[in-house]
Design a protein around this ligand. Structure first.
Ligand code: FES
Length: 296
């Protein structure tokens, strides 16, 4: 997975003894009727509790008939999943090559010093969890730090304390009132008309748009910023620069075909209806920022 920053609902930090098996059964029932698999079930449990409590995984095992070892195997495979409760705030520093050469390691060290923990740990007061990732897809802006879903670019060691203070106070949403280039859109699948909005995964301070992408016989999720004007995305698998991907609806599994050609790079442009009327077209080539919004 490329990024695992903002998916947790951090208001819900439950201890093992607070897990209500009825909630888990509700989640299992929901996915028994849909085509969602184990990963989707675990995603929803983690979204509710902030991590994957053992009690919940035991219930999943009993009800689905899958061995606990299997379930732990899946949870351990995806870096996004956490078996331990995380902090109220998540600070995530990119250590990908582009960020690393611009001093990201020093930024990590400053976070470690300020918080008194090492990357991967949570402070004793459960206020902060510190994590590192390999690329956040904003390499030109490195070093990149994400705190509770808010991106900070060109971060220097000297800025770390200020970022932590901001995180503790609570980061405001982007000011879409003042910045006319940025506004939220909710898009839908052109086949089944279900919304791509994902309230459990916040990017830029707003619910992201979730779809699946296929490339090289591999499929995984992509979460895109719902702010038109922002190109922030998180992907389960790294998508190489310049690669053209196919978008697949996470609800009906239909591929969303390109209907026109990108004027910048000639890759297919993927059209999706926008809530409230009109449609947005997105270039399917990684790295190409061509988008067209026709509101009617
Ligand atoms: S290497 Fe840090 S955003 Fe890509």
């Amino acid at each position: 997975m490329k990024q695992d920053t903002a998916i947790l609902n951090r208001d819900n930090l439950y201890a093992e003894e607070e897990i209500d098996s009825k909630d888990i059964l509700r989640i299992l029932e929901k996915y028994a009727r849909s085509r969602g698999g184990l990963v989707a079930i675990l995603e929803e449990i983690q979204s509710k509790y902030g991590y994957l409590p053992e009690t919940a995984l035991r219930t999943v095992s009993e009800r689905t008939g899958r061995s606990l070892v299997d379930i732990y195997g899946v949870a351990a495979f995806y870096r996004f999943f956490s078996l331990k409760p995380k902090g109220k705030h998540l600070a995530c520093v990119c250590l990908g090559t582009a960020c690393h050469v611009r001093g990201a390691q020093e930024v990590v060290e400053e976070f470690e010093q300020q918080l008194g923990i090492t990357a991967g740990q949570t402070t004793e007061d459960r206020e902060f969890t510190l994590e590192t990732v390999n690329c956040l897809g904003a390499c030109a802006l490195g070093p990149v730090v994400v705190i509770d879903g808010h991106y900070f670019s060109k971060v220097e060691r000297s800025k770390v304390k200020q970022l932590l203070d901001q995180g503790r106070k609570g980061l405001d949403k982007l000011d879409i009132e003042k910045d006319e280039r940025i506004f939220p859109v909710d898009v839908r699948c052109p086949h089944c008309n279900q919304s791509f909005k994902d309230e459990t995964f916040i990017i830029d301070g707003y619910p992201s748009l979730k779809a699946n992408v296929a490339m090289d016989h591999k499929q995984g999720w992509i979460r895109m910023s719902s702010l038109y004007g922002s190109y922030n995305v998180c992907t389960e698998h790294e998508i190489p620069e310049d690669m053209i991907v196919s978008f697949i609806c996470p609800h009906c599994d239909s591929e969303i075909p390109g209907t026109s050609t990108c004027s910048e790079c000639e890759a297919p442009m993927m059209p999706m209806p926008v809530d409230g009327g009109g449609r947005i077209k997105i270039c399917t080539r990684r790295g190409c920022k061509n988008r067209m919004l026709d509101l009617v």
